[in-house]
Design a protein around this ligand. Structure first.
Ligand code: PBG
Length: 304
């Protein structure tokens, strides 16, 4: 089996984790799986926010083309980077057990956002994180910050900013949990839909691949993701609007909290929903339609 992945350290860590789980589940040796690294446009574009460069498909397009061309059997992704609408003939066929979904703060002048001095600079290129920081601390100066973890840490060392925010899950997968100075609570700083969950994309109808992946698929994570992705899809997947959403599964029950904000963090609309885990997608879709109706179409217009 050929496992397709991007070449970033985080993507490679995720591909290796997937391979280790497949080896354990099927009692197969490492040689049964080849990891194939494919560069994506998202990796190449470093000079502007991804929302302005075309949004989410940027991390997935080249991997999807490799699946169509039968150069790889499946692709490992961060669910957060996946568009809500997949190209024809492809599906999300497995999810690994979700890591902690929270965002992590890496602070220099202070260990937490609340303790930063007035006017301090925080780097982030995520519209959601920028809006949430501004909502918490309107006095802070939020600047664009892209690049991998090492680049960001160097910027902190150089004093370009006094703090930045990254996903706890990614930092843990990179073995970098010790650089975190604070974990953002889910209620004040809700994560992006899909954050912390690794997903696997494959060709619809490829039963050999599907059977292989079924052994490592984590159903509760798949249900949570179905809800969060339906929420996002109902909001049109607009990557110009800061959107947060997190579903929790407890047995056969699901609870969901979603949030949309204006980029400056001054206005927001929240959705809370509960129901059967089996109805995950329906719950997410309704929550999305509900906030969309309450916010009004004007809410989604005019941001850039
Ligand atoms: N867009 C980059 C990206 N995609 C997934 C993760 C983190 C890992 C995850 O959420 O599973 C990150 C980095 C970050 O947000 O810190």
């Amino acid at each position: 089996m050929r496992i397709g992945t991007r070449g970033s350290l985080l993507a490679l860590a995720q591909a290796h984790e997937t391979r280790a789980r497949l080896m354990a589940a099927h009692g197969l040796p490492e040689e049964a799986f080849e990891i194939v690294v494919i560069a994506t446009s998202g990796d190449r574009i470093q000079d502007r926010p991804l929302a302005l460069a075309g949004g989410k498909g940027l991390f997935t397009k080249e991997l999807e083309e490799a699946m169509y061309a039968d150069e790889i059997d499946f692709a490992v992704h961060s669910s957060k980077d996946m568009p809500t609408q997949l190209p024809d003939g492809l599906e999300l066929s497995a999810f690994l057990p979700r890591e902690d979904p929270r965002d992590a703060f890496i602070g220099r002048a202070a260990p937490s956002i609340a303790e930063l001095p007035e006017g301090a600079v925080v780097g982030s290129s995520s519209l959601r994180r920028q809006a949430l920081i501004r909502r918490m601390r309107p006095d802070l100066d939020v600047v664009m910050f892209r690049g991998n973890v090492q680049t960001r840490l160097r910027k902190l060392d150089e004093g370009v900013a006094q703090g930045t925010i990254l996903a706890n899950a990614g930092l843990r997968r990179l073995g970098l949990a010790d650089i975190i100075t604070d974990l953002m609570p889910l209620d004040v700083f809700p994560p992006a839909p899909g954050q912390g969950a690794i997903c696997i994309e494959s060709r619809i109808g490829d039963s050999r691949v599907r059977n292989m992946l079924a052994a490592i698929d984590h159903k509760p994570t798949g249900q949570a993701l179905a809800c969060e992705r339906a929420f996002l899809a109902a909001l049109d997947g607009s990557c110009r609007t800061p959107i947060a959403g997190y579903a929790m599964i407890d047995g056969d029950r699901l609870s969901f909290e979603g949030l949309i904000l204006t980029p400056d963090g001054t206005l927001s609309h929240e959705a809370k929903a509960e129901g059967r885990a089996a109805d995950a997608a329906e719950i997410g879709r309704k929550a999305g339609e509900d906030v969309r109706a309450r916010a009004g179409e004007k809410f989604f217009e005019g941001w850039s």
